[in-house]
Design a protein around this ligand. Sequence first.
Ligand code: UDP
Ligand code: MN
Length: 264
Amino acid sequence: SVTDQAFVTLATDDVYCQGALVLGQSLRNHKTSRKLTVLITPEISSGMRSVLRSVFDEVIQVDVLDSADSVHLALMQRPELGVTFTKLRCWTLTQFSKCVFMDADTLVLCNVDELFDREEFSAAPDSGWPDCFNSGVFVFRPSLKTYNLLLQFAAEHGSFDGGDQGLLNSFFSNWATADIGKHLPFLYNLSSSAVYTYVPAFNHFGRDAKVVHFLGATKPWNYKYNLQTKRVMQDDTTSGSFHQLSFLALWWNIYSASILPLLE
Ligand code: UDP
Ligand code: MN
């Protein structure tokens, strides 16, 4: 049934909560029939918790899981990604039979409830290395058995990129070859930066995009937005394409219309 299925996201600080709130609101705007759950860690402020409760059905506190893999993370210049191991906690949500995990830096452009027709472990290719899946959107079945196996695997093998994506790709290592049904179309995890690496493909297929993922170091909430002109402001470091800017504007539209009033 649909009541034991949920969209799940994660926020380990109040900044990422802004992304979680926009994602949750975008799922509401497109009338999902599934529950909305956010995993938070102890440092989330009480004010933010009450705002989260107005968008999500369930706000669940978990403890931080750290990959403690600072060598690999330093190589990737993203030391903050260690906390993404906390994502593994989503397998403990055994009150649900099936879930769709979505990063807090994703945004749905339409109803995507059909994702629940997929099985564990379904995900879309990563634009940087397409034989790996991107762990920003995936279908899974909560299970303490799987959770413990993941922790055991993490302890024994670590993660080749120091974050959850390397670990999950090693754990679900037959994803690339075993079952094409577990390959979500790229349209369910369209990385906003991949848009301009293959412009003709974006021009041809992009109109059917279903989920945008603002992956990388600069997140939508790092941009400046003019509330009067409703435009995202660009500086030298944010030389995005037109389409990237229109996705950013969409994020900011939801944030300014539905989330900012709750935060004030
Ligand atoms: N995350 C978090 N706090 C952090 C870093 C990450 O809560 O400090 C969560 C959040 O849900 C985020 C996900 O982990 O979307 C993955 O991290 P991120 O999206 O920054 O990685 P990227 O997609 O850019 O590789
Ligand atoms: Mn992400």
